[in-house]
Design a protein around this ligand. Structure first.
Ligand SMILES: Nc1nc2c(c(=O)[nH]1)N[C@H]1C(S)=C(S)[C@@H](COP(=O)(O)OP(=O)(O)OC[C@H]3O[C@@H](n4cnc5c(=O)[nH]c(N)nc54)[C@H](O)[C@@H]3O)O[C@H]1N2
Ligand SMILES: Nc1nc2c(c(=O)[nH]1)N[C@H]1C(S)=C(S)[C@@H](COP(=O)(O)OP(=O)(O)OC[C@H]3O[C@@H](n4cnc5c(=O)[nH]c(N)nc54)[C@H](O)[C@@H]3O)O[C@H]1N2
Ligand code: SF4
Ligand SMILES: [Mo]
Length: 711
């Protein structure tokens, strides 16, 4: 295994998604970095196109190499001292005038554990603000909330990926890993695969059985499946009696969801309900997995609970080789949600409103527990209140590009523009960085050390190949520098930060105390919880007991609720959004990589296209109550005719989040990315001389960028 001293090669993991495929980086003669897949349980040597091309960004001309500060309305290069002084002065001024919570922090699930931890500490100790949340709220928060209430603890997959590869039946709900985690698909080979998706996605094409529900009706589908399981006598009564509570109440709720009624609401044929339940119940080992298609709804937490109820009734969770799991999305989507960048959280997955947790973490941080702020607003609430009397006036963004990825993005963009201070730490001039007062250039994955926690809960090492170019600093160095200037000095060394994280997490639900860089190097990763150096780590959870006070999993009665909005005469279609293979998230990284093709589009059924007179490839206008986007039509015969799909990776006229709404899940505060009522029209012929929109200079009131920043 290469070490950080050997600067010509490094064994590390991909910078993008939570599968964290293992790769070896090498520096060639001319300084170019090559990428090779490396054998690891999650990827078995495979990489997708994004992984293969990840190193292209290291030397990309768009890469930021110096800080930028806004002067006379434009961003210009500046030295670190000028940039950092400007931030510290503005932070002091805003907190003096408006209170400590007036400066906020927005983090990301792609940050290493060390960075996520340092960001939370920076907010609570250096800024002493309660205003901090992160983009994971937009990602797996509904599954996390449902996992917590059922199992008492949230680890996306409470078992290794290898268990999925050995299961007889796998039910995938709202997950499209063929495009979102391609090497994962090899684990599904020869499994009986059932996919629930309103589109015949690339993953649905691999399935033995594809259920194609109306968007937003997954909860009803799950309740219907449980109804069938009960009716067919397939409930595991011994398991339910020995390992769970609350079954009777759930049974009463699902009694009303008889198959014909479920078919009417979801569009899924009764016969498919029976087939699904039989294939799950007949299997020796069965796994139920949810992802964003089921979760990114204002009913997302309850929907996941409904699938957990089904899994519990069939006796799956905590049985070796079986279970329920959520496919976490971002590179460190798991670890990023454990160490304190969440609004309501302290390191080790502790609650910030728990006095014992506050006392423990305050002692590690050397502050008085009363000086730690309380819980803050959730991501969308934080972003949509910026610059208002109740919101923050200053914001520091690390690892997110909300101008493209936040729901109701035009509103969020206007709020970002209303800030007195916007600081963005990024690798490139993302759409959000373009609006900033100060942009801080940070190191890329191949230039830093740290740990990531993959979708399995396995803590792995990110290893540095070479130092960052020019004056570029690591995020940890930036946070340490800012903390020092604000009077709360910390270390910029990832090992030192990780050791502090271990102490802060000790005794908490996500206990990393026994994990060290040396152990990870020697063992190829360690699964949390791992409370002591002697502890072997925990690949499989809940085998003996769940993490609830009585050790039993909790059934949670959940029933159908209407989504934030439904199609009507004015907006007759369902719009859903998601991902395509070659692009990652807001696209700030992958849109810049020439080898990765892409471009916005609207996928619609040929029947709908015929009705509206739309030809394949023709630009169409798509509108919701929030606004209008324009993108080429992509005709298909496999999507539901009442539903259209857009990828969300693009800025400008094709930005999907111009269209999404702000309905939030009441428990997780997850926005409804996967459902909006929409109208589709052909683009009317433009009047001569009118601009095409989006490509001209940024001006106040621009529908895409929002108001310009004040000079
Ligand atoms: N290529 C690529 N890979 C990625 C990412 C990326 O941006 N690009 N991002 C990473 C991240 S952060 C995440 S969170 C994961 C996400 O991974 P996935 O959850 O697999 O991705 P999505 O495309 O968001 O949604 C999955 C599917 O949900 C379906 N869907 C839409 N509405 C509904 C509904 O109401 N019910 C059901 N059952 N299905 C519905 C969509 O048609 C889509 O095929 O991907 C990770 N991997
Ligand atoms: N309509 C719609 N919208 C969605 C979704 C959807 O399905 N539909 N999915 C949601 C989901 S699941 C997610 S996870 C979000 C993601 O959306 P974003 O939060 O925007 O995620 P990224 O595009 O990964 O943003 C990462 C930014 O940080 C930079 N960056 C990368 N690594 C680092 C680093 O180590 N340090 C620093 N300082 N910067 C870094 C990148 O260049 C990029 O500009 O989007 C959400 N938005
Ligand atoms: S599947 Fe995810 S981790 Fe693997 S190479 Fe692709 S983007 Fe990277
Ligand atoms: Mo995500």
């Amino acid at each position: 295994m290469s070490s950080i001293v050997d600067m010509t090669s490094a064994d590390t993991h991909c910078p993008y998604c939570a599968l964290q495929c293992a790769m070896t980086l090498r520096t060639g003669a001319a300084g170019a970095v090559t990428v090779a897949g490396r054998d690891f349980p999650t990827n078995r040597g495979g990489l997708c196109q994004k992984g293969w091309t990840a190193a292209d960004l290291l030397t990309h001309p768009d890469r930021l190499t110096t800080p930028l500060v806004r002067a006379a309305g434009r961003l210009r290069p500046a030295g670190w001292d000028e940039a950092l002084d400007r931030i510290v002065t503005a932070v002091g001024d805003l907190q003096q005038r408006y209170g400590r919570d007036a400066v906020g922090v927005f983090g990301g699930g792609g940050l290493t554990n060390e960075k996520a931890y340092a960001l939370g500490r920076f907010a609570r100790v250096a800024l002493r603000t309660r205003t901090i949340d992160y983009n994971g709220r937009f990602c797996m928060s509904s599954a996390a909330a449902a996992g917590l209430r059922a199992f008492g603890l949230d680890r996306g997959l409470p078992f290794p990926v290898a268990d999925i590869a050995a299961a007889d039946t796998v039910l995938l709900v709202g997950a499209n890993p063929a495009e979102t985690m391609p090497p994962f698909v090899r684990h599904l080979a020869d499994r009986r695969l059932i996919v629930v998706d309103p589109r015949v996605s690339a993953t649905a094409r691999l399935a033995a059985l594809h259920l194609q529900p109306t968007p937003g009706t997954d909860l009803v589908l799950a309740n219907g499946l449980l109804h069938v399981a009960i009716g067919e006598g397939l409930v595991d009564a011994d398991y339910v009696a020995a390992r769970t509570t609350g079954y009777d109440e759930v049974r009463r709720v699902v009694a009303q969801w008889w198959p014909a009624r479920v078919e009417r609401l979801t569009g899924v044929p009764v016969a498919d309900l029976y087939a699904t339940v039989r294939q799950l119940a007949d299997a020796d080992r069965a796994v139920v997995l949810t992802a964003r298609g089921a979760e990114q709804h204002s009913t997302g937490t309850d929907t996941v609970s409904a699938f957990v109820n089904l899994a519990l009734a069939l006796g799956l969770p905590g049985r070796p080789g079986s279970g329920y799991g959520c496919l976490t999305g971002q590179g460190n989507g798991q670890g990023g949600r454990e160490h304190g960048q969440k609004a309501d959280q302290l390191p080790g997955y502790r609650r910030i409103d728990d006095p014992a947790a506050r006392a423990h973490v305050a002692a590690v941080w050397g502050v008085h527990p009363d000086d730690l702020p309380g819980p803050g607003p959730s991501a969308y609430e934080l972003l949509s209140s910026l610059g208002t009397p109740s919101g923050a006036r200053g914001l520091l963004v690390f690892g997110s590009n909300p101008v493209v990825s936040a729901p109701r993005a035009a509103t969020v963009t206007d709020r970002l523009c209303a800030l007195d201070l916007l600081v963005v730490a990024d690798l490139v001039r993302s759409e959000t960085a373009e609006l900033a007062d100060v942009v801080l250039p940070t190191a890329q994955w191949a230039e830093e050390d740290g740990t990531m926690t993959n979708l399995e809960g396995r803590v792995i090492r990110r290893r540095r190949l070479r130092p960052p170019p020019g004056s570029v600093r690591t995020d940890l160095a930036v946070l340490a520098e800012l903390s020092g200037r604000l009077g709360a000095p910390t270390s910029a060394d990832p090992r030192v930060v990780f050791d502090e994280l271990r102490r802060a997490s000790a005794g908490g639900p996500a206990d990393y105390a026994g994990i060290s860089y040396e152990r990870i190097d020697a063992e190829g990763g360690v699964f949390w919880p791992c409370p002591t150096p002697e502890h072997p780590g925990t690949p499989r959870m809940f085998l003996d007991r769940f993490a609830t006070p009585d050790g039993r999993a909790r059934f949670v009665p959940v029933d159908h609720r209407a989504p934030g909005e439904l199609p009507d005469d004015e907006y007759p279609l369902y719009l859903t959004t998601g991902r395509q293979l070659t692009q990652y998230q807001s696209g700030a990284q992958t849109r810049r990589i020439a080898a990765l093709p892409g471009g916005p589009y609207v996928e619609l059924h040929t029947e709908l296209a015929d009705r509206l007179g739309i030809a394949d490839g023709e630009p169409v206008e798509i509108s919701t109550r929030r606004g209008t986007a324009v993108a080429p039509a992509r005709l298909s015969t496999t999507i539901r005719p009442d539903t259209v799909f857009m990828p969300f990776h693009y800025a400008g006229p094709g930005r999907a989040n111009t269209l999404t709404g702000d309905a939030l899940d009441p428990t997780s505060r997850m926005p409804e990315f996967k459902l909006a009522a929409a109208r589709l029209t052909r683009v009317r012929p433009r009047a001569a001389g009118a601009p095409a929109g989006g490509s001209g200079p940024r001006t106040a009131g621009d529908p895409v960028v929002g108001a310009g920043r004040p000079a």
